[in-house]
Design a protein around this ligand. Structure first.
Ligand SMILES: *[C@@H]1O[C@H](CO)[C@@H](O)[C@H](O)[C@H]1NC(C)=O
Ligand SMILES: *[C@@H]1O[C@H](CO)[C@@H](O)[C@H](O)[C@H]1NC(C)=O
Ligand SMILES: [Ca+2]
Ligand SMILES: [Ca+2]
Length: 209
């Protein structure tokens, strides 16, 4: 009888002990689980802040690169990367028209885009224009309409004292009616009546870099 009670008590004690142990071990598991969650959360927060810092740095770099790009574009195309029709040569921007018109109309059309008919005063510039015009006829800013035989550039300067590139035998004032000048074959200059219709060259200073 006593022995049985003892055994019973022993069993209860064991059970209780077992329960306590079980409880303790599951508590440990929960604590560990909570800790690992916390750790994951911390890691996530840290990596998130890292990513945001990195992305802001990337954005900054990207913007800088873009700025560098556009400033390089500007160096490569001083007449404007978007403006295909204006070409750069030696500090100036040139427009070679795609339409033919009279000298007076060409003068106005150049003024409308804040430029003027081209003034040629160097061999280098003459060469550039010759290669670009390819034997086609293009008005330049030269005329003797005010006083026959006194060829003046559109800015009022005298053409006879500076650089000239007249075709041989020109200007000939054919029919006493040729007062405007264009470039012709090999880029050579010829006088022709001002109402003649041909292409034209506008010129303006390149914007400052
Ligand atoms: C942009 O150009 C500047 C100087 O020209 C240079 O110091 C900088 O590293 C360049 N930035 C990038 C992102 O290439
Ligand atoms: C005078 O110039 C015109 C072109 O403007 C040309 O057609 C003509 O043949 C020239 N006349 C003479 C006599 O050289
Ligand atoms: Ca003339
Ligand atoms: Ca002529």
């Amino acid at each position: 009888m006593d022995k049985e009670r003892l055994q019973d008590e022993l069993r209860i004690f064991r059970d209780r002990n077992f329960l306590r142990q079980k409880l303790r071990s599951s508590l440990t598991v929960y604590v560990l689980l909570a800790l690992s969650y916390l750790l994951i959360l911390i890691l996530f927060a840290v990596s998130l802040s890292r990513v945001s810092v990195l992305s802001s740095q990337l954005t900054k770099m990207h913007n800088e690169l873009k700025r560098n790009h556009s400033s390089n574009d500007f160096k490569l195309f001083p007449c404007g990367p978007e403006a295909r029709e204006w070409e750069y040569f030696s500090g100036k921007c040139y427009y070679f028209s795609l339409r033919e018109t009279s000298w007076q109309r060409a003068k106005v059309l150049c003024e409308e885009v804040h430029s003027r008919l081209a003034i040629i005063n160097s061999h280098a510039q003459q060469n550039f224009i010759m290669y670009r015009t390819r034997n086609q006829r293009f008005w330049i800013g030269l005329s003797d309409e005010n006083s026959e035989g006194e060829w003046k550039w559109i800015d009022g300067s005298d053409s006879t004292t500076g650089f000239t590139y007249w075709k041989e035998g020109e200007p000939n004032n054919s029919g006493q009616n040729e007062d405007c000048a264009h470039v012709w074959t090999y880029g050579e200059w010829n006088d022709v009546r001002c109402t003649y219709e041909c292409y034209y060259i506008c010129e303006k200073p390149a914007p400052p870099l």
